[in-house]
Design a protein around this ligand. Sequence first.
Ligand code: M6R
Length: 600
Amino acid sequence: MCGIVGYIGQQDSKEVLLTGLEKLEYRGYDSAGIALLNQDGVNLFKVKGRIAALKEEVDQDVHATMGIGHTRWATHGEPSVDNAHPHQSTSGRFTLVHNGVIENYQDLKREYLQDVTFKSETDTEVVVQLIEKFYQTNQDTLASFRQTMELLKGSYAIAMIDNEDSDTLYVSKNKSPLLVGLGNDFNVVASDAMATLKVTDQYLEIHDKEIVIVNRESVTIQKLDGTVLERSPYTAQIDASDIEKGTYPHFMLKEIDEQPIVMRKIIKEYQNDNNELKLDENIRTAMKAADRIYIIAAGTSYHAGLVGKEFIEKLAKIPVEVHVASEFSYNMPLLSEKPLFIFISQSGETADSRAVLVSIKEMGHPALTITNVPGSTLSREADYTLHLYAGPEIAVASTKAYTAQIAVLAILAVDTARAKGLELDFDPMQELAIVANAMDVLTAQKEEIEQLATDYLATSRNAFFIGRSADYNVALEGSLKLKEISYIQAEGFAGGELKHGTIALIEKGTPVIALATQENVNYSIRGNVQEVVARGANAMIVSMKGLEQDDDAFVLPKVHELLTPLASVVPLQLLAYYAALHRGCDVDKPRNLAKSVTVE
Ligand code: M6R
């Protein structure tokens, strides 16, 4: 969701800014722009639409060794050139890009900016106009920038140019991600290290409510009160090749195919030389101490949480509640005496989850984050972190992060059970190795699944995914995958629940995808399939070796019953992929969606 890149150095900044913005495209956006500062002043280029269009718009004859760029995911005001960033103050002196939402922008406008004519509908323009307003009194850019940051409420990552000062980028953040990258004779600013990995792997974290003065040869971090802070850089642990598609047509397909590799990586990372589970002792202690676990997540990560609940309850015998992050803060359940919160988030930046983390930390409760990005906000602000080791996930539709989350939750549940002295007949590493082999088989069956996508989903307006027990959790994820990238209206239902209302929607040809991987509900889910077929549905069954019947459309290799979601989700991911592809959808960057959802 929105992306920022900034450059200050000796070279022409266009290349770094435009390449950086391309790397941030995966976050989701609907307009883009760059501002380049040179001897002629600020040169502004903005478009509604993709970076490809921005590249056409940018005047290649403009050279500037300093600039800022932005991809905007509309919140205040429609996607348009006027609302696209960068935004400028009335005189044109200050130019700024912003991610996040300024919650008090109307109040600030009323209190300080009654006489200003605004050019956009954004909350962002208020920030740049305020800086100019304060400058008129104090004639000091840094002081005006600081005064403005002190007044902002909400989330922001900001980079600003003063066109009278070609040696400084002014930067600040609160709740939204932003990093400074360090180079020789240049420095960069980015929402995400992926944007600027091509030029540096050395980064400085910026903490909330800090101000950073970025010059060509130096970076100064200050608290809001002006106190200077020392901070060491870290090396970004991302391989530049991980963020390239290589020979794949889409990141989503690449990431689906990477799932067996990720399973093996998780096995390696969570096991010591004696084949014992390797987890932070503090996490073990926190899990053992908890009388109830609250899993907080959104979207696909929420669906992984539903699977994790089953692991923790069945194996470690601790009650678990799974909550949608955006609801939890406003409708907090009665908490147990010794709760442990687990935040599941691929990006580690989801604002809805972070809001819960902030409130439960204020209440003094412990928190564990399970994330693919260890340096992310949710990771830094929780007490403990478990890493997914999935490598960067670029496609908006989450695939390998979902299966990695489930694998890590299985390991966590077993580790807790063992720490509690519970007897288990389940070796997670052995079973995950079997899953990895099954995933190899499944990802090699693309042609078969593509055919199923054609047979069942080519022309449909809607589709239903049904399952019982563990399969119901995967039905929810399968339907989310299909709807978000193919725009087919899809819903996941518990097989037994259909007859209580939803079956009214079944008509001739309605696709129903049923999962049958659980022995105890194999006959009942097949009964539900008969019910919809009797009403005209075009039903296909995805079953598992040992439970299959002659007419099943697809049979999964056998994996341990607890881990079936790791196998059954793969054909559903591929079904969604091919359905979207055949409909001509933008698979990796579906409309209206952002990869990292940094607004509440
Ligand atoms: O980064 P997170 O795991 O916290 O993101 C949560 C959701 O926004 C995310 O899973 C979303 O639902 C995916 N696009 C689904 O594929």
